[in-house]
Design a protein around this ligand. Structure first.
Ligand code: SR1
Length: 349
C-alpha cells in the first residue's frame, strides 16, 4: 500500500469510527430484546447504488428512523450509480466490523461475490431490489408484479385495450425487470396496445435525461397517447417532455412511486401524470433494517419480504385535497407501517 492509500484508508476509518461514536450515543440496549439488541451497540451499513431522487432519500430516511429506534449505529454509504464503488463500500463495511449490511439496488454481477464475502465474515446481509440469488440473503421488494398489474389495470380502465404507447424501461434493475414482465403480459393479452417507442436511462440526472429521450419519442410518434413510466423519475421526465412539446393534453402517464413533490406534479392543472402505484419508501427502508436486525438476533425474517403497493390516482388526490405524503398516510394505512419483519421487541420508528 502506498502512503497516499494508507492516509486515505486511515481517514475513511476515522470518519467511520466518529460516525459510529456520534450516532451510538443513545444505544443503551432494548430491555427484553434478544442479544445483541439487549445491550446495544449494533452496527449496520446501508450501502446504496442510487442516492439521487425522492424515492431513495425517503427510503434512507425510513431506514435511519428504524435504526435509531432500535439503537443501531447505521452507517450510510451513498451510491453514485457506480458498481465498483458500491462493491468497495461493501468491503469497507465488512472491514469496519458491522454486524449487518443492507444492500439497496445495484448490479447483481458486481455484488454477488462481495455479498458472499460478507456472509463468510459472519455479517448478515439483506438485499433490497437487487437479486443476489443467495438463500442466505433475504430479498425485500415492493411486490413489483402487483404494482405493475395495479397501475396497468388503471391504464386499461382509463384508455381501453387499444392505444399507442410509449414505455420507459432500463433492463438490469430488479424492480424494473419485474414490472416489465407484467407489461409484456398485458401487451400479449391486449394486442391492440402498440408499443411505439421504448427508451430510458438511469443516471445521476434520470428525469432530465429521460425528458430528452421522451421529447424525441413524442416528436417521432405524435400518436402516442399512453406512457408507462414505472419509476417516478421516469414519469417526471416524460411529463416535462409532454409539457414542453405541447403533448400534455393528449397523453396520459402511468407510473410507480410517490413523494410530496410527485403529488404536486400530478395535481398541478392539466398534468398528464394521472396515476401511480406506490408504497411509502420510508416504510420499505424501515422493513429493510428490521429484516437485518432479525437476522442479527438469530431470527429468520423469511426469504421474500414484500411491502404491498397502493394505487394513487390524480382524481383521488384532487378530490381529497391531498398535497403531501403526510396527507396520504391519513388515507392509506400501509403508508404508515408494514407487518413485514416485525417482532415484539422492535420499536416502531
Ligand atoms: C432504477 S430502479 C427504480 C425503482 O426502484 C424502486 O423500486 C423504486 O420503486 C423505483 O421505481
Amino acid at each position: 500500500m502506498k502512503n497516499n492509500d494508507i492516509r486515505r484508508a486511515a481517514g475513511l476509518a476515522l470518519l467511520a469510527v466518529s460516525t459510529f461514536a456520534i450516532s451510538s450515543a443513545f444505544a443503551a440496549g432494548i430491555p427484553g430484546a434478544p442479544a445483541p439488541f439487549d445491550k446495544g451497540g449494533v452496527k449496520i451499513a446501508l450501502v446504496t447504488y442510487i442516492s439521487e431522487g425522492d424515492f431513495f432519500q425517503a427510503y434512507q430516511a425510513g431506514a435511519e428512523a428504524q435504526a435509531k429506534a432500535l439503537g443501531i449505529d447505521l452507517r450510510v454509504f451513498p451510491g453514485r450509480q457506480d458498481a465498483a464503488e458500491q462493491q468497495s463500500q461493501i468491503e469497507q463495511a465488512i472491514n469496519l466490523g458491522v454486524q449487518g449490511i443492507v444492500i439497496d439496488h445495484g448490479l447483481p454481477e458486481s455484488l454477488k461475490d462481495v455479498a458472499q464475502k460478507a456472509l463468510d465474515a459472519g455479517v448478515k446481509v439483506v438485499a433490497f431490489d437487487v437479486n443476489l440469488d443467495n438463500p442466505k440473503i433475504p430479498q425485500v421488494e415492493q411486490n413489483d408484479h402487483d404494482l405493475a398489474d395495479t397501475i396497468l389495470t388503471q391504464a386499461l380502465k382509463d384508455n381501453g385495450t387499444s392505444f399507442n404507447a410509449g414505455y420507459v424501461y432500463v433492463a438490469g434493475f430488479a424492480p424494473l425487470d419485474r414490472r416489465n414482465e407484467i407489461w409484456d403480459e398485458v401487451k400479449k393479452a391486449n394486442p391492440g396496445i402498440v408499443e411505439k417507442a421504448r427508451f430510458g436511462v438511469v443516471n445521476g440526472t434520470t428525469a432530465a435525461s429521460v425528458a430528452d429521450q421522451a421529447k424525441a419519442a413524442f416528436k417521432a410518434n405524435p400518436d402516442i397517447t399512453v406512457v408507462f413510466a414505472p419509476y417516478d423519475e421516469f414519469a417526471r421526465g416524460v411529463k416535462l417532455a409532454a409539457n414542453e412539446g405541447g403533448f400534455a393534453s393528449k397523453v396520459k402517464i402511468y407510473s410507480a412511486d410517490i413523494s410530496t413533490a410527485d403529488i404536486q406534479e400530478i395535481t398541478e392543472p392539466n398534468s398528464p401524470w394521472v396515476a401511480t402505484a406506490a408504497t411509502n419508501p420510508a416504510v420499505v427502508g424501515a422493513v429493510s433494517i428490521r429484516a437485518a436486525a432479525l437476522l442479527i438476533a438469530g431470527v429468520d425474517p423469511g426469504h421474500n419480504i414484500s411491502v404491498k403497493p397502493a394505487l394513487v390516482t390524480q382524481k383521488e388526490l384532487l378530490d381529497n385535497g391531498i398535497k403531501t405524503i403526510e396527507d396520504l398516510k391519513a388515507k392509506i394505512p400501509s403508508f404508515n407501517s408494514s407487518d413485514a419483519a416485525q417482532a415484539f421487541w422492535i420499536p416502531a420508528s
